[in-house]
Design a protein around this ligand. Structure first.
Ligand SMILES: [Mn+2]
Length: 328
């Protein structure tokens, strides 16, 4: 932890109007953290609002997240300037969204609460803990310090949603003693952890199931099966009535194979444009792979974007995989 909560709490205490922002391709950690923080600040008497990356719609948010308590408060705001802007779960302006960024700067003061290893400071003050499993894990501790009595069941549910998703249901290496302690403190509020966990980490749509079996049946393996690559082509999305958002988590199915140390997912998102995800085990760094191509993320889970002809993109990824796997 590089920062204490004191300054962030002071900034929130002094603000009357607060705008909260999430990252593009919203996930349960940024949506849950943003909603929890908004609900909490409203209980503290603030005028608090949450904006999606396009500031108008929720269509980029996966359906399965929409059960979160008070999801309908997103983008409902009649203020034009704010005492304080807060970005949660993102450390770079590039991830806040082109429409949200100018609004973020309408805040007289600015704050970031984040746990990503890749960042560029862009706010007046940043609370960052790269060791935390999730932004929700950091935020829960911050809110307990700020005013435990203002935390309620709906706030706890939103926070738990972020935490349980980002730590992979207490499985990823980012899971620590603190993760369990924070989870335990949220369970005290009587939330239904089985329901939250099932909705966010287990349930899949039938269409996504069809996409999944198609893509997995065509998985490619390299270097004595130490590296796995799955590919989502435009046609796969069309054939199964799915889209890029539905690729989430499918990479874990190949990463779960014994002996696979590095997995790569290639999703075609436009003409000769690809969204790449990496997952790694042990000493193999997914983060280094992503950073090589200008992306970033965590040690074992990262991503980047690549352009070019498909065969070229595949070859570049395989050669980076080769360079990371040759000494293991
Ligand atoms: Mn997160």
């Amino acid at each position: 932890m590089t920062n204490s909560f004191d300054k962030a709490i002071e900034m929130m205490s002094e603000a009357g109007t607060v705008a909260i922002f999430m990252h593009v391709n919203p996930d349960p950690d940024c949506v849950g953290s943003a909603l929890a923080l908004c609900l909490f600040l409203r209980k503290k008497g603030k005028k608090a609002f949450v904006f999606t990356p396009d500031t108008r719609t929720t269509h980029m948010i996966p359906e399965k997240i929409k059960f979160l308590p008070h999801f309908d408060l997103l983008n409902k705001c009649n203020e034009v300037i704010f005492d304080l802007s807060i970005a949660v779960d993102l450390g770079e302006t590039g991830r806040i969204g082109d429409f949200a960024l100018p609004l973020f700067y309408k805040g007289e003061r600015s704050l970031v609460i984040d746990h990503h290893e890749t960042f560029s400071d862009f706010a007046e003050y940043t609370v960052r803990d790269e060791k935390a499993s999730s932004t929700a894990e950091i935020l829960t501790q911050l809110l307990f310090q700020y005013d435990e009595s203002a935390i309620d069941k709906d706030i706890a549910c939103n926070l738990y949603a972020g935490l349980v998703t980002d730590c992979g249901n207490f499985f990823y290496e980012c899971t620590s003693k603190k993760t369990f302690e924070v989870a335990a403190s949220l369970i005290e509020f009587g939330i239904d952890i089985t329901d939250i966990t099932r909705r966010l980490t287990k349930d899949i749509d039938y269409n996504v199931y069809k996409l999944k079996i198609k893509v997995l049946s065509e998985a490619r393996f390299f270097f004595d099966n130490k590296m796995a690559v799955i590919v989502f082509r435009k046609k796969d999305f069309m054939d199964t009535a799915t889209n890029e958002k539905d690729t989430d988590g499918i990479i874990n199915e190949v990463q779960n194979i014994s002996g696979v140390l590095l997995s790569v997912s290639i999703a075609e998102v436009g003409t000769d444009r690809y969204k790449i995800s990496f997952r790694s085990k042990g000493s193999v760094s997914a983060k280094e792979c992503a950073e090589y191509f200008g992306g970033g993320g965590h040690f074992n889970a990262s991503g980047c974007r690549l352009s070019g002809a498909f065969d070229d993109v595949l070859n570049r990824l395989v050669s980076v995989g080769k360079s990371r796997l040759q000494y293991v």
